[in-house]
Design a protein around this ligand. Structure first.
Ligand code: AMP
Length: 458
């Protein structure tokens, strides 16, 4: 019999919150992890975002707080560490939603914003703190936080912590925490470094593995265009214009690329915002909110900034640059196929990136379709509009001959509205190039040439 949230051992206030959230059955990682956490076991979870892993640790964490007779004191019992601010905020929102019918308090602390409001909240007494490692250590060294009382420590996205150089900080936090604590460590990949960290920090852990088979990337339509770096902006912008899309997430390699590519897309009068680690917290939040509200339906992001973001209804993921590690490709592409929805992912692969492509195909066990982009096919405005309208089931207006409008006869002469013959005037306007060139993008001309009906495109 398939597991239910009730059969996993969760109590009524949590079941009510789960129901409000609209979850009907537990995901595989929840079925595996929730009972283990409730039994007090350490867990090494190999899972990426999108699998339901946040609820897999948050629900039993709250259950444990409820079962603890000292819970009314609101001392810190559960600490969750996250590599990025966005992910920390998101995890805290999940705790907030799951504990809405219980007397459990949680807060989030992260860098990039003033520490005082965070200190004030901690002083009130919090059962759960979700934090990025740097700010947590700052507040701890200033005596605002006591880590001795932690009963459950969750380290999320451990491989990303490693990539971002946070492992030293996490290691210090682990050393401050009580030895008798229970520890859960989640990582999208399990390289040898993570395995040895897990051996040090976890006590006889049970390993739960839900990657790569459970990632539904086979549901996602994937293709690759072979294009050199110099032509990537051009292809990207033409693609964005030519493709009916909902939210589109463009992954780039560097912060500078994020800025430049978003700027070029904006010059083509499509709404895009960059998201990367150099942005202030306020700007990052604004970019995510604009993306969620579809005010800026294109987000150009680095992996670090976008990792873990739970944003629904991403119709397209575009790998402007192929990632060095194949697991990251799976992470990125997995953003579009969430909750069983079909998405589409395209990759722009330069010759030096073909090696990465081979690795991706090998890890995912798939062969990604190679597509050709014919820049001339992009066509003019009318062709584009017709194609869009056809897709949307609308009729494209063709000019009906009217009394007033001239009508052409077989000789090439046209009759004006009064029936008088006149020679057809040659269209003196210089024929515009069909292709958007980078000059067009840079001078902003492209907007007038090719952005007639943005609403049909988004
Ligand atoms: P996560 O992997 O924790 O980032 O979760 C990915 C998405 O799945 C989030 O939008 C969750 O709200 C959603 N989710 C988590 N558990 C379930 C469930 N049992 N049923 C349906 N959706 C879920």
């Amino acid at each position: 019999m398939p597991a239910t949230f009730k059969s996993l051992g969760l109590s009524p206030p949590l079941l009510k919150a789960i129901q409000t959230r609209g979850y009907e059955t537990p995901t595989p990682i929840q079925t595996d992890v929730i009972p283990l956490v409730l039994q007090g076991k350490d867990v090494l979870g190999c899972a990426q975002t999108g699998t339901g892993k946040t609820a897999a640790f948050a629900l039993p964490a709250i259950e444990q707080i409820l079962a603890d007779s000292s819970s009314r004191s609101h001392s810190l019992k559960v600490l969750v560490l996250s590599p990025t601010r966005e992910l920390a905020i998101q995890i805290n929102e999940c705790f907030d939603a799951y504990s809405r019918h219980c007397n459990v308090r949680q807060t989030v602390i992260h860098g990039g914003v003033g520490a005082n409001p965070q200190i004030q909240r901690i002083r009130k007494g919090m059962d759960v703190v979700v934090a990025t490692p740097g700010r947590l250590l700052d507040l701890h060294s200033q005596g605002h936080l006591n880590l001795d009382s932690i009963q459950l420590l969750v380290i999320d996205e451990a491989d990303m912590m490693l990539d971002m150089g946070f492992i030293q900080d996490v290691s210090k936090i682990v050393a401050f925490a009580d030895n008798r604590r229970q520890t859960l460590l989640f990582s999208a990949t399990l390289p040898s470094e993570i395995q040895s960290i897990a051996a040090d920090w976890l006590n006889s852990p049970t390993t739960v593995n839900v990657v790569p088979d459970a990632i539904p990337i086979h549901l996602i339509k994937q293709s690759v265009f072979f294009v050199e770096n110099i032509n990537k902006d051009l292809l990207l912008i033409q693609y964005l214009f030519a493709t009916p899309r909902a939210r589109t997430l463009v992954f780039v390699r560097t912060k500078q690329d994020a800025e430049r590519v978003a700027r070029n897309i904006n010059r083509a009068k499509l709404e895009a915002l960059p998201l990367h680690g150099n942005k202030s917290q306020g700007r990052r939040r604004k970019a995510i909110e604009a993306f969620k509200s579809e005010e800026a339906p294109i987000l150009v992001a680095t992996d670090v900034a976008a990792r873990g973001l739970d944003i629904d209804n991403i119709s397209h993921v575009i790998n402007y640059a192929l990632p060095e590690y194949p697991e990251i490709y799976i992470h990125r592409v997995g953003r579009t196929g969430r909750a069983g929805c079909k998405g589409e992912a395209i990759s722009l692969c330069a010759s030096h990136e073909r090696y990465y492509l081979e690795n991706i195909e090998q890890l995912a066990g798939i062969s990604i379709k190679v597509s050709q982009w014919n820049y001339d096919d992009f066509g003019n405005v009318l062709q584009l509009e017709r194609a869009m309208n056809r897709r949307q089931g609308k009729q494209t207006k063709t000019a009906e001959p009217t009394k007033e409008s001239p009508q052409k006869d077989s000789s090439g002469w046209v009759r004006d509205g009064r029936g008088k013959k006149t020679k057809k005037k040659k269209n003196k306007r210089k024929r515009q190039s069909k292709i958007i060139t980078m000059d067009d993008i840079n001078t902003g001309r492209v907007a007038d040439k090719y952005a007639p009906q943005k609403k049909t495109l988004d």
